[in-house]
Ligand binder design. Structure first.
Ligand SMILES: [Zn+2]
Length: 178
């Protein structure tokens, strides 16, 4: 099983030329992948599928992906493995001005529509960076090895230092004086 994983491991996440999607059956391209992402350190390859459908003035992107990432517990600083499984979907608007966001006229009120993802209709969709974003969003903000992690274990001597042996004789002398 492991050997198979390694032999099929390859980078097939090439950027998709958006106009070419219209020539695909149902204007849809589906990619199956088992790959390592450039910017995301994962213990196992990211595995799953991704579908991009051309819907005229927008792309409909959906995917299923899973992998295992190694995180560091915020409480005890131990590393632990965390399984990420995502099934995101997103609409990406195709807009000629997608490349020129800086040139938006200033007197134009920005609406929610301006905040959604856009791409130029003759440009490329990059499945790898899209997937990277989706997986990154899914990495928990609060990273705990387990819900009730007790934090860094404090040794007993530190918690309760007791009496330094060097003071023991003074302590007994004090007892005699009393
Ligand atoms: Zn912990």
């Amino acid at each position: 099983m492991l050997i198979r994983t390694i032999t099929t491991l390859r980078n097939i996440m090439e950027a998709i030329h958006i106009p070419r999607l219209t020539q695909c059956p149902e204007q849809t391209q589906k990619i199956e992948f088992k790959t390592l992402l450039k910017d995301l350190k994962t213990l196992t390859p990211v595995q799953g599928w991704l579908k991009v459908a051309h819907r005229g003035n927008f792309l409909e992107v959906s995917a299923h992906a899973e992998t295992i990432v190694t995180l560091t517990c915020h409480r005890c600083l131990q590393q632990f493995n965390h399984r990420l499984e995502i099934e995101p979907s997103e609409l990406i608007w195709l807009d000629e001005t997608a490349d020129q966001l800086d040139e938006l006229p200033l007197d134009q009120d920005l609406s929610m529509d301006d905040l959604v993802e856009t791409l130029p209709p003759h440009g490329y969709f990059d499945p790898e960076s899209w997937l990277y974003e989706q997986l990154s969003l899914e990495i928990p903000q609060r990273q705990l090895c387990q819900q009730d992690c007790a934090g860094i274990e404090v040794a007993d001597e530190v918690k309760n230092p007791g009496i330094d042996q060097r003071w023991a004789s003074l302590q007994s002398l004090k007892g005699k004086l009393n």
